[in-house]
Structure formats: C-alpha cells, structure tokens
Design a protein around this ligand. Structure first.
Ligand code: ADP
Length: 498
C-alpha cells in the first residue's frame, strides 16, 4: 500500500517536492532555487532544462530523505507558476528558447498592436477566456517567440514543436515525450483557451498566430496524465493531478463550494473565490478562471490580485528601515492603539483590481504632528487588508455570491495583527489553517483523489485543520469610518504619474 502522494511544486524562483501522507501531513520536503535571467529591463526568463533538472533532483531527494521507493508513491501531482511559456522540439525534447516568465513585459507593444488591428479582441477574449487582454498571459509571449526566433514559425507549422506551460513541460519530460498535455486550470491562463467550451479557440489562435498543432491536450485537473518513465524513480509513478499554483491553493484550502475564498499574502496577494460550475463575467476588472476539472465537472473562480502586499513590508524593512525583519512589524503595530489617522497606500507600481490605474503612485496621508514610526508601520500592515478587502468587495458585487469565510495562507498570514484587522474590515471570519503549504497540498489532493488515495472531497476536508480563527470585533461605525478614509487615501494616489 502506497504511503505518500508526491507534489511537485514548480514555483517562480524555486522548485520543491513535498511528500504528503494520508492525513495530509508533510513527511518529506526538498527545495532548490534556479537561475533568473533578466536579459533586458522588464524581461524575465528561465532555462527550461534547469527547471526540469531541479524539479527531478528535488523529487529524488524528497524520496531519499524518507527512504521511499516508487512503490511508496501513490501518484504525482504537479502545481506550477502559471502563464510561463516554454517551446520545445517534439522529437528531441530540447527547449528551443528560454522560458518566457509570466512577469516578463516584453510584449506590451505587441498588445497595443493587436488591439489596433482587432478592436474587438479585448472584449471577445474576455468572454471566451475570462482574462484581461494583457501581456501577462501566455498568448502574446508565445507569438513573440514564434515571430522573433529564426526558423521557429516554420518548424511550429510543420508540427515539429510543442508549446506548454511549466506543467506540460514537466509532464512531457517525466513521460519521456509520451504525453503532451495540460490541465484546464493552466489552459485557462493562456489567452487561447475557451473556458466555456473547454477547447482551444480557433479565432484567438489565428489572431495570435499560434498553430494549433503545437498546443497540448487540455484535460481535467484530476485524472490521467500518463506515468513517469521508470528511469527517474526506479519504476513508474502515475501522474494524476495538475493545477496552476493559485487554483491548487484554492483546492488545498478546500474551497469547494461557491462563496468560499482564499487569500495568499505573499509579495503580492492573490484572492480566488469559488463561483461554482458556471463562469460569470462581471466586467469589473476581476479575472474569471477555471478552478479545476474534477469528477466530470468544471468549477470556476473569480480572481483578483494586489500587486504590492508583503512587498510593502519589505519596503519598510529595506528602504525606510523602520523594521529589521518583516515579522517585527506585528510587535511595532501593536505598540499603538490605532494609526493616529495615518494611511499608507503602497501603489508603488500602480493599482490593480478594482482600480486598475497604472498611474497611481504610493502615498502616506493623514499626517499630523503626533504620527510616529509605529503608526506608519501599523498603517502599512493595514494597507494589505484594505487592498484585499477592496478586491473581495468587487468579487461579491460582481458575482452576487456572498463570502462565507476567508481562508488565508502565504508568508504574511502569520501576522496575527494583520489577520485580526482583515477580519474586522471585511466583517467575516478569517481562518488560518495549520498547514499553510496549500499549493502543494492542492496538487497532491487532485492527484490522490484520482487514484483513490483519498476517497472523496469529504476526506480531504477532514484533513484541513484550523490553526486560528479571527472573528470580527470592530463596530460598524468604526469600520465605515476606516473605509471612508481609506477611499480618500486611494483617491489621493490615482492618476499621480500621468
Ligand atoms: P512569495 O511566495 O511571494 O515570495 P511568501 O509567501 O514567502 O512570499 O511571503 C513573504 C512576504 O511576506 C514578504 O513580502 C514578507 O515581507 C512578508 N511577511 C512575511 N512574514 C511576515 C509577517 N510576520 N508580517 C508581515 N509580513 C510578513
């Protein structure tokens, strides 16, 4: 009887492997960073071969640490940095160019060119893919590679090349080229996949000049993706779970019913809310995305992100030097009873949902003679909650679905002051799980469910254990006043750099 499910967590700066047991506990973990390439300002690349090698080596390490053989592993689940584009030779399995990473802005001009050529492309892409027409997603990045690297377009049209996001690439390598596939959640981030029909879209492929023969087969997130070649782990292991990192985290947080949402407090914040088995298009700056395909059904989520969250705490630490370490922010924030009327809006790179203002710039407002360092630290922490609250409000308004509770993860969710303030502000419970490795957990659950390691979603729910629940304590009058001043503070930053 297999003891573990293996999660391969292919992140943006490092690859990890975690072995989970039946109770959803971490039994072994290995992690390795890989090289970031910045060939020009605003460009970000990875070496796809290095991604594969690092992922394979951490998987082997994690097995060695607990003396596991392939027989001990019930299945492999893969979760990955989303939208990143890899193109490789179908025969040799060699990449033909560096991976273009989701953060890379090299196709900003191409976006404008396409908008001018096809005035309806943004609207039509939104209703087909749920996405904003933006260089962030895979479509324009793939077009860039085919148009800029000598000879690739001809080879792609001749069927010699494969495209994939990192999940597809790892599946292809693990199966030694037998399977070229992706899951619906990853496909839904490419700008090429119709989330209503679950098919690659002819018109978008044509407009983005992507030959359909290079696209992976899109499949449910829990199911058959082939098996790893015996060479890698001493025998074959089935690959049965695949999901993009944020969707995997939503699954790992067991947000299985509409209205359940999670927020990941990392460098930025990523909020996703389950909206059930039909997509909706609220047109208010949020993305609609496939959460996962499971049990013959597809579920959807609304997604919104906050660009600067934990990064604002890093700014306090590295630039203004008000704290030595990020966690110290909690101690300082609680030295004072409020922010003394001070608000920090960390709009360092503009503001995302629901404001979408690239010209907004950061501000500290409401200053009076009594505002000190502690007030500013506290106001910076509160800005994470205010920004997340704005996104949640847009989600509720856009979907008509009322949030039941907010589940949290990511580095900054350890900050108790921040979590309490978040709960106060949204007037809902904030639930922090004992295991905040929700991304890897989600991938392992998707894989384990497909092979019967867990019998049903109910089994998975049982594994989700609470560390701490934060209940709203703020009175309505204070909340209304806080939100009013926050809005005023945001208004002061809008259009600043125009
Ligand atoms: P990412 O995956 O985006 O690199 P993590 O989930 O590892 O981020 O979280 C790290 C971020 O969280 C950093 O920006 C850091 O400043 C912030 N952070 C970590 N711990 C705390 C804390 N206790 N209080 C506030 N911020 C924190």
């Amino acid at each position: 009887m297999a003891k573990y499910v293996m999660a391969l967590d292919a992140g943006t700066t490092s690859n990890r492997c975690i072995l989970f047991n039946e109770k959803g506990e971490i039994c072994s973990m290995a992690q390795k960073e890989f090289t970031q390439y910045y060939p020009q300002p605003g460009w970000v690349e990875h070496d796809a071969s290095e991604i594969w090698q690092t992922q394979l080596s951490v998987a082997r390490q994690a097995m060695q640490k607990v003396g596991a053989t392939y027989k001990d592993i019930a299945a492999i689940g893969i979760t990955n940095q989303r939208e990143t584009v890899i193109v490789w030779d179908r025969k040799t399995g060699q990449p033909v160019y560096h991976a273009i990473v989701w953060q890379c802005r090299r196709t900003a001009d191409m976006k404008d060119e396409l908008l001018a050529k096809y005035p309806d492309i943004a609207d039509s892409a939104y209703h087909k893919t749920g996405l904003v027409f933006d260089p962030y997603f895979s479509g324009t990045k793939l077009r860039w590679i085919l148009n800029n690297v000598e000879g690739l377009r001809e080879r792609a049209e001749a069927g010699e090349l494969c495209f994939g996001t990192v999940d597809s690439w790892l599946i292809f390598k693990l199966t030694k080229g037998k399977v070229h596939a992706t899951d619906f959640s990853n496909a839904s981030r490419t700008l090429l996949f119709n989330i209503n029909t679950l098919e690659w879209d002819d018109e978008l492929c044509e407009r983005l000049e992507v030959p359909k023969c290079m696209l992976p087969d899109a499949r449910p997130s829990s199911g058959d993706f082939g098996e790893s070649d015996p060479e890698f782990f001493g025998g074959p292991i089935k690959i049965t779970g695949v999901a993009g990192d944020q969707q995997a985290a939503l699954f790992g947080q067991t947000c299985f019913t509409p209205g359940e949402a999670k927020n990941t407090y990392g460098t930025g914040c990523f909020l996703l809310m389950n909206i059930g088995d039909k997509p909706m298009y609220p047109n208010n700056g949020l993305l609609t995305t496939i959460a996962w395909g499971l049990d013959g059904k597809v579920e959807y989520a609304l997604e919104g992100s906050v660009f600067v969250a934990g990064a604002a705490i890093q700014w306090l630490r590295d630039e203004v030097k008000l704290v030595d370490q990020s966690p110290d922010s909690e101690y300082f924030a609680t030295r004072v009873k409020d922010t003394n009327g001070c608000y920090v809006v960390p709009a360092f790179t503009g503001l995302g949902a629901p404001y979408w203002d690239p010209y907004a710039r950061g501000a500290i407002v409401g200053l009076t003679r009594g505002v000190n360092k502690y007030h500013i630290i506290r106001a910076t922490l509160e800005s994470l909650a205010f920004q997340s609250g704005d996104v949640l409000k847009a989600m509720e308004e856009g979907s008509g679905v009322t949030l039941s509770a907010l589940k949290v993860d990511g580095g900054a969710c350890k900050n108790n002051f921040l979590m309490q303030f978040q709960s106060d502000l949204i007037d809902r419970e904030v639930d922090r799980p004992a295991c905040v490795e929700t991304t890897a957990m989600g991938a392992s659950y998707l894989a384990g469910l497909a092979v019967g390691f867990w019998a049903s979603k109910e089994d998975v729910i049982k594994n989700w254990t609470l560390d701490k629940v934060f209940k709203p304590e703020m009175d309505e009058e204070t909340r209304a006043k806080e939100l009013k001043y926050w809005k005023q503070a945001v208004n002061a930053t809008l259009g600043w750099a125009k």
